[in-house]
Design a protein around this ligand. Structure first.
Ligand SMILES: Nc1ncnc2c1ncn2[C@@H]1O[C@H](COP(=O)(O)OP(=O)(O)OP(=O)(O)O)[C@@H](O)[C@H]1O
Length: 306
């Protein structure tokens, strides 16, 4: 089998536990992300999601294990990997527009000033920021606007991999919904690969191609990769009507509510360190024989190993 675009191999992170011992946050985390894929990761607080993201960004080094992107080992930050954090991390002394042009200039040093600005304005417009508002500094923008600038900035740089760490965590539900739609639109028009942390199950189902589920720490691991068998384009109001929606949602709720605890700390054989692929498709009639009378309302759950 060919290697995925992003491959995470046997990642282990240990920290001093503050009492003279060691805290093993996760051990042998191994998974792959395909080019252009949108992957969300869900797990309880403390299982190590942000730590994994910092390692993928090249901002932290794991205790052991390797991350490879396009076959190259990730070592240190790079313009090929863009990060959006919950707290926006915009440069406070620059306008929204300059926050975007700043990165574009670094990425495309040969571009003229006009080209850089047009490109930045184009991406700001994609997230609904046009006109005078682009000249405001972050302190003069609402939280939702600041997060829009962060997203425009990240996409405008065309990184090969976009890392989103709970980007909508601080936003109200309405703004969050609008920006989720904008994110989908902006991602749909690019070839970019996205890896996103969220605590919101519905957000993950709306956005992701696959959802990785982590068991609780310490010794957390990525136990399952749940395929989102709902066709795109998706939108928030229609997605809940898809026959797979609640079957997938129930599976995720059940994992986070129960199995993430039961599986916590469980040692697995070497052959099983990759997450189990879970495909839930109540519309898949191929799996059932013609004589199978299973009603559509009862979900067919089938787990397929990688
Ligand atoms: N630099 C560090 N030194 C010591 N312990 C750390 C360090 N960074 C993280 N940890 C510990 O590692 C564990 C995982 O932290 P991390 O922030 O990655 O979890 P998370 O899954 O992202 O949590 P949340 O969902 O709350 O953001 C926590 O127990 C945390 O206290």
């Amino acid at each position: 089998m060919s290697k995925p675009f992003l491959s995470i191999e046997r990642l282990t992170q240990k920290f001093p536990d503050g009492q003279g011992g060691t805290l093993t946050v996760f051990e042998n985390a191994s998974f792959g992300v395909e080019k252009g894929e949108f992957v969300c990761i869900l797990g309880h607080s403390g299982c190590g999601k942000s730590t994994i993201m910092n390692i993928l960004a090249g901002l932290a080094e794991p205790t052991s294990g390797v991350v490879k992107m396009d076959g190259q080992e990730v070592a240190g930050p790079s313009l090929d990997r863009g990060v959006v954090f919950q707290n926006y991390s915009l440069l406070p002394w620059l306008s929204a527009l300059k926050n975007v042009t700043f990165g574009v200039k670094a990425r495309y040093p040969d571009w003229t000033k006009d080209k850089v600005e047009a490109h930045a304005r184009d991406f700001l417009a994609k997230v609904g920021l046009e006109g005078d508002v682009v000249h405001r500094k972050p302190s003069q923008l609402s939280g939702g606007m600041r997060q829009r600038v962060s997203i425009a900035r990240a996409f405008a740089n065309h990184p090969k991999l976009l890392l989103l760490d709970e980007p909508f965590g601080a936003l109200d539900a309405l703004t969050r919904g609008t920006i989720q739609d904008e994110l989908l639109k902006i991602w749909g028009g690019t070839e970019q690969t996205v890896f996103m942390i969220t605590h919101d199950i519905d957000e993950a189902i709306l956005l992701a191609d696959r959802i990785l589920l982590m068991t609780n720490g310490p010794f957390a691991r990525v136990a399952e990769a749940v395929e989102i068998t709902i066709p795109r384009p998706r939108n928030r109001t229609e997605i809940v009507e898809h026959p797979n929606y609640y079957a997938i949602r129930n599976h995720l709720v059940q994992f986070l509510g129960k199995r993430s605890k039961e599986l916590a700390g469980e040692k697995v054989e070497d052959d099983d360190i990759r997450p189990e692929t879970i495909r839930i498709d109540t519309t898949d009639t191929h799996e059932r024989g013609a004589a199978d009378e299973t009603p559509k309302s009862s979900p067919v759950l089938r787990a397929v190993n990688d």
